[in-house]
Design a protein around this ligand. Structure first.
Ligand code: C5P
Length: 332
């Protein structure tokens, strides 16, 4: 069927990156995944995902990382839009435009965030008004980190990381992210984790009391000490130079440092904005990090920032046919 005459011309959703404050990884499951006990925090690095009616399904990526993102049917945001269309029986193709600021293959769930943004934006564009539960189910189908990109804030993740419970914590935390000039593949990092732990008895993961206490009290020093990531040894094994990044951050005022998710981004917690500037300078001046980003967390999950109304029929009126700039990467 076709949607019930939506009057929106384009919708833009803003979606956050994440860092795992704690990432406990269990033994490999028969389906190839691992049970996790993790604490996600959404941080203020964002992609903007816009959708508009089009003659055909397509996607354009803008920004410095555009060349690293597939602009074809394998793109997770495009898959998300098509999955929702199929689920609700809509046959109205959209063109997706992603203004990308979240680093790619960096352990910050940028692809998952884009998928969450596409679900939310298409849901609004088509006037579907899906329940939260339906969007969450579709999100989990698309990837382990997609439900959290919808939820945002700070949350405990179990199962594959897709079963979420919000953490009622205090505090606003200041982060410095040391980026890497190469990406790490998430499946390869999990496989390396399994290889490093071969022959060891790996228990089912359980969240730590120290993390929950730190978050409840809003104590950044305690949180810095409680940061932990079972994937970190694997990321360091695949990319040993991350050791120096961690050392440099800890020697320059960080309260804690950790590989973010499956890496290779290294996340440092600092006490305030001034320290974040000092650390950003130290990391770049020492040459250990080709680029650095600063952000605060927690921030909210995927949300609509613009919904432009207007007559349909002039496909591309909201940027579809506009210039993508030198970094634009597009296909349909
Ligand atoms: O769910 P997602 O597509 O993000 O997962 C990417 C890959 O990361 C999986 O194919 C799997 O190799 C690994 N993974 C895992 N256990 C998880 C989450 C991801 O082994 N809980």
């Amino acid at each position: 069927m076709s949607s019930a005459a939506p009057s929106l011309r384009s919708v833009t959703a803003r979606v956050p990156a994440k860092v795992n404050l704690e990432l406990m990884v269990g033994p490999p499951r028969p389906d190839g995944f691992h049970n996790l006990a993790t604490v996600f925090q959404a941080v203020g690095l964002h992609d903007d995902v816009s959708v508009e009616p089009a003659e055909d399904w397509g996607i354009t990526i803008n920004g410095p990382y555009a060349h690293l993102v597939p602009a074809d049917g394998t793109n997770l945001a495009l898959r998300a839009a098509r999955l929702l269309a199929e689920e609700v029986g809509i046959d109205d193709p959209v063109h997706i435009t992603i203004d990308k600021d979240i680093p790619v293959a960096a352990g910050m769930a940028g692809g998952s965030a884009d998928a969450a943004g596409a679900l939310l934006a298409c849901d609004a564009l088509w006037g579907v008004l899906s329940s939260k539960a339906v969007l969450e189910d579709l999100a989990a189908e698309l990837g382990s980190d997609v439900p959290f990109a919808l939820l945002g804030g700070t949350a405990m993740g179990s199962g594959r990381g897709d079963q979420l419970a919000p953490v009622l914590g205090r505090g606003r935390y200041t982060w410095v992210f040391a980026l890497c000039d190469v990406g790490l593949s998430t499946p390869k990092v999990y496989a390396e984790c399994d290889r490093l732990r071969a022959g060891l008895r790996v228990p089912e993961p359980t969240p730590s009391a120290s993390m929950m206490t730190a978050l409840r009290s809003g104590d950044a020093v305690a949180l810095g000490r409680a940061l932990s990531n079972d994937l970190q040894p694997a990321a360091l094994s695949l990319l040993p130079r991350l050791e120096e990044v961690l050392r440099t951050g800890m020697n320059n005022g960080a309260l804690g440092g950790i590989v973010s998710g499956s890496g290779p981004t290294v996340a440092f917690l600092v006490s305030d904005t001034e320290r974040s500037l000092d650390l950003a300078v130290a990391l770049t001046a020492s040459g250990v990090a080709p680029s650095v980003k600063r952000a605060v967390g927690p921030v909210r999950g995927a949300h609509i920032i613009t919904a432009a109304s207007g007559p349909r029929g002039s496909f591309g009126s909201a940027g579809h046919d506009g210039p993508t700039g030198p970094a634009g990467h597009r296909s349909s």
